[in-house]
Design a protein around this ligand. Structure first.
Ligand code: CA2
Length: 152
């Protein structure tokens, strides 16, 4: 089977609130902007994006499992699940697709509990603290790996 030219974009709990609160931390762009930025970056490289956001962990797991069927890689901002969820990490590890982890804010400069990521060591790309533009960087770097233009 040829590799599908499609990414799954996953946004975790509370990221539907982007642009409505905490602009000092997360900026003023919305989840729709996040999805558009990612779609545009992927399209410039001939890839499509399927986007999912949920406040329910099981919905995210099901979307990640389904990506095995028709996606080449996963761009994910797990939100707070980054710091808590072995289950999410196991799903990403279990499907075996290359993963790009994105955080809008610089989690390394925030509270101690945000410094550990359960996802970090199953991801081949990490983009932290670049705001919403970081999703474009993550998609581009992941596609470069998928197309053999960069090492994973
Ligand atoms: O910086 C990021 O992208 C985070 O993944 C965002 C998560 C946070 O728990 C992580 O530590 C870092 C929080 C997402 C919630 O986003 C909101 C946006 C606007 C208003 C309220 C929440």
């Amino acid at each position: 089977m040829t590799t599908p030219r499609r990414l799954l974009l996953v946004n975790g709990p509370n990221l539907n609130l982007l642009g409505t609160r905490e602009p000092d931390v997360y900026g003023t762009q919305t989840l729709a902007d996040v999805e558009q930025v990612t779609v545009d970056a992927a399209a410039r490289r001939g890839f499509e994006v399927r986007a999912v956001q949920s406040n329910h962990e099981g919905v995210l797991l099901d979307a990640i499992h389904a990506a095995r069927e028709d996606c080449a890689g996963i761009v994910i901002n797990p939100g707070g699940l980054t710091h808590t969820s072995v289950v999410l990490r196991d799903a990403l590890s279990g499907v075996g697709l290359p993963v790009a982890e994105v955080h809008i804010s610089d989690v390394t400069a925030r509270e101690e509990f945000r410094h550990h990521s359960y996802v970090a060591d199953v991801a081949v790309v990490h983009v932290i603290g670049e705001g919403v533009a970081g999703y474009a960087t993550a998609a581009a770097r992941l596609i470069d790996i998928l197309t053999g233009q960069a090492e994973g």
